[in-house]
Write a protein that binds this ligand. Structure first.
Ligand code: SF4
Length: 586
């Protein structure tokens, strides 16, 4: 029988008292695998349904699963917390070295409670937990620099992961991110602000422990099969070659690339920020998360002369992908490649979530055009395509020099409630919209998804498969089914780009040599159970599914499935609420 020890260990850290301890949680790991399954149970134990997201009572859970440091693309960590952006369940995923470092440090999860009075960072080197002074790091303008300083100070290079916030997290911008290594992020739903509220500047974690495999021969066989699929079949090739920016041109062709605050689904300059053009003009190199043979992370090399020294250059590497090309490219009318990259670099340095930032700026630009606000509020002229004005606006979001930027730092839903323009504020459940104007499945998916993200249930992909629009009830059921299966993948915790490799049979075969026998049908049941538990917690934390409503703008601009009808969404959302009622969740 598989003995999960020591990989059922949960490390508890109390920032108030600067103490830490470890608990064995075989009970939870055996029942819920790890990742989101385990994390939801740990979050429930924190009893924080009614706490203020920026108070010390908001605990942070970082959880990994049985496939991390074990199988190809088992490379993600899930973070759970109460979101300061939506006011309910916060759930965010990041790769880099985070999951491998946590697992090889000996932990399946880390629970961080309380808050420090002065800036600190946590250094977790296997069994040792240090609370280090971070006063000198607090206030640094770039999250890249914070990582470099910590890398100099801490041991275990090559075995460690460095998570840190930028100034946006310190200033509690509700969509501040946590940077992992230099090119991955816990981007969505404001984990950076929760770090900031705890005066937690960073976490460095390292480990070199060995993992136990129950049946080595069977393990090697399954490992090799998965590895072969990852590197030799066509399933993952596209991610390596052009990365997700390969979607820019096809989506633009379909009229599904949100442009200038979704006033249109087509962007005239889409080609400039497409995967093909980026690869041929600025791609510097590709890198990978630990444990991933695919290497989908595309880094652009941006070469800039030093001011007053025209023959001396500095080169910065900037990670780009589809969501970024949408949010800081087409959505703001920025087709100048270098301008898009410069803006992206500023957003990353500040430690902001790029999607939320782009959507907030797009709303502000249109609100300014329509006269709902003036330059008295924005303090500068926001204009489609003018990346320099958006770079200045990044600084304003962080510094929040007036009422307008204070409101914008709370998210687009909040700013539009305050200044008007709610009909063109692209918010779903309080989270800013991902880049898919593909049709009703994408939008229903953003609305009903647990974190209002395109990765919850991939409605955008469903839109591209359906020819005739099914009844909305059928679409909602398909979205729930997909999201339930993703609960299994997010418990393992694999990169969702590998979802085509890890079907139920493969997952079951891969769990077996680890001594975790779970038949495929049982995995589906587990996924549904986690889905219900997670949604139930989301509602207890303050979410009301009966209040969901699509923003007016998405009903104005034709999608590849034509112009969408409000009534279609009303029916779909009603059906969703009925399902939750049948499950006694509401
Ligand atoms: S496919 Fe990309 S995001 Fe996924 S694990 Fe590999 S490098 Fe990381």
């Amino acid at each position: 029988m598989y003995e999960p020890k020591p990989f059922s260990k949960v490390l508890y850290i109390d920032l108030n008292r600067r103490t830490s301890w470890v608990e064995e949680r075989d009970d939870l790991v055996e029942e819920w695998l790890g990742g989101i399954g385990l994390g939801i149970q740990l979050l429930k134990e924190e009893s924080m349904t009614s706490v203020d997201p920026l108070s010390p009572e908001n605990s942070i859970i970082l959880a990994v699963g049985p496939f991390n440091a074990t199988y190809p693309l088992g490379s993600k960590t899930v973070a759970l917390f109460k979101s300061p952006l939506t006011g309910n369940l916060g759930e965010s995923y990041a790769g880099g070295r985070s999951s491998v470092s946590i697992k090889l440090a000996g932990y399946m999860a880390i629970v961080i409670r309380g808050a420090s009075e002065t800036p600190i960072y946590l250094a977790i080197h296997e069994d040792r937990v240090h609370f280090r002074d971070a006063s000198a790091l607090w206030g640094m303008t770039s999250s890249f620099t914070v990582g470099r300083v910590i890398a100099e100070r801490e041991p275990s290079a090559g075995y460690r992961s460095i998570l840190r916030i930028g100034p946006a997290g310190e200033k509690l911008v509700r969509y501040a991110s946590v940077m992992v290594e230099s090119f991955r992020h816990f981007g969505r739903l404001g984990l950076g602000a929760v770090f900031g509220s705890k005066k937690l500047k960073a976490i460095v974690i390292s480990g070199r422990k060995a993992l136990k495999v129950e049946d080595k021969v069977a393990y090697k066989k399954v490992y090799d099969e998965i590895f072969e699929k990852a590197v030799r079949s066509g399933l993952m090739k596209k991610y390596h070659e052009l990365g997700t920016t390969m979607n820019v041109l096809p989506l633009n062709e379909l009229g599904a690339l949100p442009t200038m605050n979704l006033k249109s689904g087509r962007f005239e300059q889409a080609e400039n920020i497409s995967g093909e053009e980026m690869a041929s003009k600025v791609l510097g190199r590709r890198i990978a998360c630990s444990g991933c043979p695919v290497a989908c992370i595309h880094l652009a090399a941006l070469r800039e002369p030093y001011p007053h020294e025209p023959f001396f250059y500095k080169t910065v590497f900037i990670s780009y992908d589809y969501e970024l090309a949408y949010a800081l490219g087409s959505m703001l009318g920025i087709g100048k490649r270098e301008g898009f990259l410069k803006l992206l670099h500023f957003v990353e340095s500040a430690g902001l979530d790029a999607i939320s930032t782009g959507v907030c700026f797009a709303w502000a630009t249109e609100a300014l055009e329509k006269g709902l606000i003036s330059e008295r509020e924005t303090l500068l002229r926001l204009k489609w395509g003018d990346y320099e004005s958006y770079i200045k606006a990044v600084k304003m979001i962080v510094e929040q020099p007036n009422e307008f930027y204070k409101e914008l730092a709370l998210g687009v839903r909040n700013a539009s409630k305050h200044f008007g323009g709610e009909e063109f504020a692209l918010s779903f459940g309080g989270n800013e919209m991902p880049g898919y104007h593909t049709g009703p499945a994408a939008y229903l998916g953003f609305l009903v998804g647990g974190r209002h993200s395109h990765l919850d249930n991939a409605g955008y992909s469903l839109d591209q498969k359906i020819r005739e629009l099914p009844p909305p009830e059928e679409l909602v059921e398909k979205l729930i089914k997909e999201e339930s299966w993703r609960m299994v993948l997010n418990s393992l915790v694999i990169c969702l780009f590998a979802r085509g490799i890890y079907d139920a049979e493969t997952v079951s075969e891969a769990l077996d040599p680890l001594g975790i026998p779970v038949p495929p049908e049982e995995l589906h049941r587990l996924g549904r159970d986690i889905y219900k538990q997670r949604y139930s917690l989301k509602i207890q934390m303050g979410f009301d599914p009966t209040e969901l409503k699509p923003p007016g703008r998405i009903l104005e601009v034709p999608t590849p499935h034509g112009t969408l009808e409000e009534e279609y969404f009303e029916r779909g959302l009603k059906h969703f609420s009925n399902i939750l009622r049948d499950w006694d969740i509401i």
